[in-house]
Design a protein around this ligand. Structure first.
Ligand SMILES: Cc1cc2nc3c(=O)[nH]c(=O)nc-3n(C[C@H](O)[C@H](O)[C@H](O)COP(=O)(O)O)c2cc1C
Length: 192
């Protein structure tokens, strides 16, 4: 199984990176893991030009940044983990730019009600860390993730929030429990 993880935090050794690394260590023993650190990539915001809608079977974008390389990996992965800190109840700006660019993966124009979903059935998961509680705080990032993945016709395996994060050294049991749950859910999602 090919698992692609996307770290959306600008802090490469922060809370999100630490929990994600623990997950990668757990699941990496049995599966291929590849990580993209969004901070190392140039991903501009979507221009809303709809050029991508003129091409039916490829992501296609007029902006020549790191987008294409990332989408090649997204399309060929069996499962994608989107990892982000909660920033103002939402994704980090860096990951939000990439998520907006997912617009090109649903081909809805000129298809006579026959929309083409390039990520149809793809398994995805959300991992998020935040300073506050999960309730009335990280509920929004979970909802945005659900709506986006439903729009893309992806299959959500799980949405995992690590609340009350301070520093990576203090994540302890919270990180272990979360990554254990992620591992179990993901493995179960591949059992038919
Ligand atoms: C710009 C900014 C906005 C934030 N907004 C929220 C928020 O809305 N809710 C929350 O609980 N924590 C918020 N936090 C705290 C982070 O979500 C938290 O510290 C997180 O674990 C940081 O992850 P990282 O170390 O991977 O960057 C915010 C932090 C920053 C820097």
């Amino acid at each position: 199984m090919k698992i692609l993880t996307i770290l959306g935090s600008p802090r490469k050794k922060g809370n999100t990176a630490t929990v994600l690394a623990l997950f990668e260590k757990r699941i990496g023993a049995d599966h291929d893991i590849e990580r993209i650190n969004i901070l190392n990539k140039a991903v501009k915001g979507c221009l809303g030009c709809d050029s991508c809608q003129k091409v039916d079977d490829q992501p296609a974008c007029v902006q020549k940044d790191d987008f294409m390389g990332i989408f090649d990996k997204i399309i060929t992965a069996d499962l994608i983990v989107y990892a982000s800190p909660v920033y103002v109840w939402d994704f980090s700006a860096q990951l939000k730019a990439l998520i907006d660019r997912h617009y090109c993966l649903v081909k809805w124009k000129n298809r006579d009600n026959n929309t083409n979903y390039l990520l149809e059935g793809k398994r995805t998961a959300l991992l998020s860390t935040c300073g506050g509680s999960a309730e009335k705080n990280a509920d929004l990032i979970k909802e945005i993730f659900s709506r986006e993945m439903n729009y893309l016709h992806c299959q959500i395996v799980g949405k995992y929030i690590v609340p009350f994060c301070t520093i990576p050294e203090e994540l302890g049991e919270k990180a272990r429990k979360t990554t254990h749950m992620m591992h179990t859910d993901i493995m179960n999602s591949f059992i038919v």
